[in-house]
Design a protein around this ligand. Structure first.
Ligand code: ATP
Length: 235
């Protein structure tokens, strides 16, 4: 699914968080947005979903205008969202959390197949399906948050800092899962502070600084840029 975003801006009162940002996520492609704390990454994702007040000259998914679609209806348009901080339901089981992700679809054999697909992608979730989500580790909760978003059978997945607070080994596991989803043809928009992960997971990348796009290009090229290496990769 192609996502087209033109001139997206977000203001919080007098604070200008995102200024005229434009990008396209091509069908089956993975676009990354990297930037420091407060650069405007989360606001960009939330603005695409309509979760924060925004102005935008065009917002289209597969040619369909999304500017008037309410945030709660975005999932029915085919957009899955993995929020920063996971927000799993701690008092519900792993399986219940996943089934809640499928709320917009009728419960049928396909739902069971998707549950099975999530357990194939993250076997640990299958092993822990009857455990309470609150008892999972941070990495397992991140997998659960991704799995829950996948249960809505999205054609485009938005991910907000899935590597946050995870050990390097778990970051590798999340990366492998994203690469598998990408290979299966899912379009993704990945927002991250972890530039290394993002360059490995994406085809193209934007670097945002103070709410604007400072650089953009192929991830394979950006990772070799001298300034990016210094500022975002610490090399
Ligand atoms: P982080 O990595 O910390 O999540 P970010 O790149 O996602 O950072 P945003 O959370 O989008 O950045 O924040 C961009 C700017 O907007 C920051 O200056 C932030 O302080 C400000 N901001 C974010 N949310 C609000 C809000 N609800 N009200 C006022 N200002 C906000």
């Amino acid at each position: 699914m192609t996502l087209e975003v033109e001139n997206l801006s977000v203001h919080y009162g007098g604070v200008s968080a995102v200024r005229s940002v434009s990008f396209t996520v091509p069908p089956g492609g993975c676009l990354g947005i990297i930037g420091a704390n407060g650069a405007g990454k989360t606001s960009t994702l939330k603005a695409v979903l309509g979760l924060v007040p925004r102005t935008v000259t065009a917002l289209r998914l597969e040619g369909r205008d999304l500017t008037r679609v309410k945030a709660r209806d975005m999932v029915r348009q085919g957009i899955g969202y993995v929020p920063e901080g996971r927000h799993v339901f701690a008092g519900l089981t792993v399986e219940k959390n996943l089934l809640l992700g499928a709320y917009a679809k009728p419960w049928n054999a396909e739902t069971r197949r998707h549950l099975h697909d999530v357990f194939t992608l993250f076997p640990v979730l299958g092993e822990m399906r009857t455990r309470l989500a609150g008892a999972l580790s941070g990495g397992q909760q991140q997998m659960l948050a991704i799995g829950r978003a996948l249960m809505s059978r999205p054609t485009l997945l938005l991910l907000d800092e899935p590597s946050m607070g995870l050990s390097p080994k778990l970051v590798e596991e999340i990366l492998a899962a994203l690469q598998r989803l990408s290979a299966d043809g899912l379009s993704m928009l990945l927002v991250e502070q972890n530039a290394k992960l993002t360059f490995e997971a994406t085809d193209t990348c934007l670097v945002v600084e103070n709410g604007t796009v400072a650089m953009s290009g192929a991830s394979s090229a950006l990772r070799h840029d001298a300034r990016v290496r210094k500022v975002y990769l610490g090399l």
